[in-house]
Design a protein around this ligand. Structure first.
Ligand code: HEC
Length: 123
């Protein structure tokens, strides 16, 4: 009996994760935690400031719930972003500069882009 309850729990967890993926959000609850603000490097803190100005109105940084765009929690630790593309620096830079569908492009200097990418890796 106990085995059965266990395997039910496992299949439930798998279904929840699969459903989350199907809806384009990282549905598994056990996402790795974000790096706490108290441990940010100077570069990560600069990136966070850019994020607040340029991205926060559309993306929650510490949740996968959508605002105007998908929540970005654990963005660089997941295998695929909502579009299915891997969260590499190249791909992130492209999305940020060019935008994507309803997301407008953002122009940043190279330094600002490096700071922002460093911050995104803390999520
Ligand atoms: C005006 C709202 C808006 C702003 C501002 C915005 N985004 Fe987005 N973002 C969106 C929307 C909408 C999507 C979903 C696009 C789609 O349909 O694939 C998105 C998608 C994304 C994705 C997922 C891309 C993928 O391949 O799935 C990332 C990463 C992202 N945004 C990062 C950022 C960052 C970083 C910034 C700040 C520089 C930013 N966004 C600013 C609305 C916005």
């Amino acid at each position: 009996m106990q085995m059965r309850v266990y395997s039910l729990a496992v299949s439930y967890a798998l279904i929840v994760c699969a459903a989350g993926l199907a809806f384009g959000v990282a549905g598994c609850r056990s996402l790795p935690p974000s790096k706490p603000e108290s441990q940010w490097t100077e570069q990560e803190a600069r990136g966070a400031a850019i994020y607040r100005v340029k991205c926060a109105k559309c993306h929650y940084p510490t949740s996968t719930h959508p605002l105007n765009g998908p929540g970005l929690q654990a963005l660089t630790k997941i295998k695929a972003m909502p579009s299915g593309a891997p969260p590499t620096d190249e791909r992130l830079t492209q999305v940020i500069v060019q935008g994507r569908q309803m997301m407008p492009g953002t122009s940043l200097t190279d330094d600002q882009m490096q700071d922002l990418l460093a911050y995104l890796r803390t999520l």
